[in-house]
Design a protein around this ligand. Structure first.
Ligand SMILES: O=C(O)CCC(=O)C(=O)O
Ligand SMILES: [Fe+2]
Length: 586
């Protein structure tokens, strides 16, 4: 039997320790056999995540529950839509101290220049009320365990979480949507689809520490840059801000069968760069139930060789090859040249898009469609930038471990390198000495916009609440970790906590962009997959977890193949799969 590994990885070789814990070196794929020790810095870092519930989990030591109260999901058809809506609402004048950045940072990029309209009326009904938060930001004493990507679904003695004074909670999740409604909780519960979720749960906590947003925070980025067009989503719930945030998720038990479905699937091996030749694959995708699992044709077997059912019905995936060096030798092309792919004409693209929407509509009783926060134009640019950077020094590679375990994704770090071996950030990549490319200014802009929009939303729905800095601190990213998930990619539950102690203590947000195929994103107070809440992140979605939710456990349970916007694929030749960018401030 093998076990799901850490941060998106799964291992068929994860040793079960005598005490019932798994080595956290077995974090994604092909886990190591090194027994875990409290001194092991690899423990539960980014991507490490055996999906079994721990005994003596660190969380049990929490005095307070961790919160995901600040998982924001701003959405809009395009940045300008938000701008216009904000101007009308006047919300963008609420935080003049935010987003002030050198004009030069804006350069001549136009990612945020498009003009659109915002329809905040379509916000989730649950948005609008606040729920008292129980605790302040975490103050970690042990930065080594349970870091980014390392996400054993159990905790280890001595893990970082053991030292938490507070326990994050997933009671509140904001899901800012504009233009179109987001999925309404309960609308998907009947069929067990993963769309059902606590869309708009919010909370405030007067006890939350006010982050010290110093001018220096702007030096590395523009996350708090001045953007007069910032958004305010009005009429979130027909203008009623008294709605109670829903802290409940009926999706907790969703997809439990999916795990079993995937067990035993052993996709045939394929070449990395032939994915686009199958762009027209029409898998029997069911958003709610991935009955078809991953078609052999699109499986990336570099990441998946052996699947076995692990404890608590979680998967482990063994890897038969250590592709680290191989990947380095052969750059991972996010957008490989097409080989005989039939191009879709615009009208057909529209049709396909509509079909996808219809699929969701058929699932959700309320017929809601999740609108992307940024538009296809931005997505295309992001992909192209990532593709170019990914082919150069420090570009995409197959991260892995000394023992041969591979992460269940391709990765590229910008700004600083995150080393899966040590769960630490550095100036270069140990595997090849490459220095990470800098974070493009366009990305800084988008991050700043996302934070600004989210803050505007918080203020909008949090009448009387002044502590916006505690709710969602400004952040100037100096780290961007780009992950590319193939159809079989995963990322186990983990906490992002390899950033500096100061960053963690200030609860500076992690801003996550999703592009390409949709993904089932798990999050929760604990490393508990079975009880984790779920949200489908689609292309164009932005998810932010900061403030008291900074330490939520989160991960990617699955990728929904063939769900990427066709227009995106058309314009970029992006591989099948999902590109995720997470921005942090060290
Ligand atoms: O892909 C995602 O949505 C999450 C990525 C993540 O959690 C990470 O890179 O630490
Ligand atoms: Fe993460």
């Amino acid at each position: 039997m093998s076990r799901q590994n850490t941060r998106g990885g799964f291992s068929g070789r994860s040793p079960l320790r005598p005490d019932g814990y798994y080595s956290h070196r077995n974090r994604h794929v092909g886990g190591a056999s090194k027994p875990f020790s409290n001194e092991d810095r690899m423990s539960q870092g980014r991507g490490k995540h055996p999906h079994h519930i721990s005994h003596g989990s660190g969380s049990k030591h929490f005095k307070d529950k961790p919160t995901s109260n600040f998982v924001y999901r701003p959405k809009k058809t395009s940045p300008d839509v938000i701008s216009n809506s904000l101007e009308a609402e006047g919300s963008n004048t609420k935080h003049p101290e935010c987003f002030e950045a050198p004009d030069s940072l804006y350069g001549n990029y136009d990612l945020l220049s498009s003009s659109t309209q915002s329809d905040s009326k379509n916000m989730h009904p649950d948005v609008g009320a606040s729920k008292p938060l129980a605790h302040d930001c975490f103050r970690t004493k042990d930065r080594t365990s349970q870091g980014r990507g390392k996400c054993s679904h159990h905790t280890f003695p001595g893990s970082r979480s053991n030292h938490f004074n507070d326990k994050p909670t997933s009671d509140s999740v904001y899901r800012l949507a504009t233009h179109l409604p987001v999925v309404i909780p309960n609308s998907l519960g009947a069929d067990g689809s993963s769309m059902k979720q606590p869309e708009c749960i919010g909370a405030s906590d007067s006890k939350t520490q006010l982050p010290d947003v110093s001018p220096n925070s702007l030096e590395a980025g523009v996350s708090c840059m001045k953007q007069p067009e910032c958004i305010v989503v009005s009429d979130l719930v027909t203008g009623d801000v008294s709605h109670s945030f829903s802290g409940h998720s009926d999706s907790k038990n969703m997809h439990l069968d999916e795990i079993g479905i995937q067990i035993g699937e052993t996709p045939e091996k394929k070449e990395e760069d032939d994915a686009t030749s199958k762009l027209n694959f029409s898998g029997k995708l069911k958003v709610g139930h991935m009955q078809e699992s991953v078609p052999p044709a699109i499986a990336d077997t570099k990441d998946q060789v052996s699947l076995e059912e692990g404890p608590n019905n979680f998967l482990s995936i063994g890897v038969s090859e250590n592709s680290v060096q191989q990947a380095i030798d052969k750059p991972f092309d996010l957008c490989p040249p097409k080989k005989g792919t039939v191009m879709l004409n615009p009208s057909l693209l529209v049709t396909n898009r509509q079909k996808r929407n219809d699929l969701k509509l058929s699932i959700g009783a309320k017929s809601n469609y999740i609108e992307a926060w940024y538009g296809i134009t931005e997505e295309v640019k992001i992909v192209k930038i990532c593709r170019d950077l990914g082919l150069g020094p420090g570009g995409f590679y197959q991260p892995g471990y000394r023992d041969g375990a591979n992460l269940y994704l391709k990765m590229m770090c910008l700004g600083k390198n995150w080393d899966p071996e040590t769960s630490q950030y550095g100036t270069s990549r140990p595997t090849d000495g490459a220095v990470p490319p800098i974070i493009p200014v366009e990305f800084h802009q988008l991050v700043g916009k996302a934070i600004q929009d989210s803050r505007a939303l918080i203020e909008k729905i949090s009448t009387g609440r002044k502590d916006i800095e505690a709710e969602l601190p400004c952040m100037s990213p100096d780290i961007c970790i780009a992950n590319f998930y193939s159809a079989t990619g995963k990322l186990g539950l983990h906490q992002d906590k390899d950033e500096s102690q100061e960053s963690i203590d200030k609860c500076l947000p992690v801003v996550s962009f999703s592009i390409g195929d949709s993904a089932e994103f798990l999050y929760g107070d604990l490393r508990d997959v079975a009880n984790a809440k779920k949200v489908i992140l689609e292309s164009g979605d932005v998810l932010i977890f900061g403030g008291k939710s900074r330490r939520i456990f989160h991960g990617v349970e699955k990728i929904f193949p063939d769900t990427a916007p066709k227009s995106l694929l058309e314009e970029t030749s992006m591989r099948r799969g999902r590109l995720n960018l997470t921005f942090r401030q060290y």
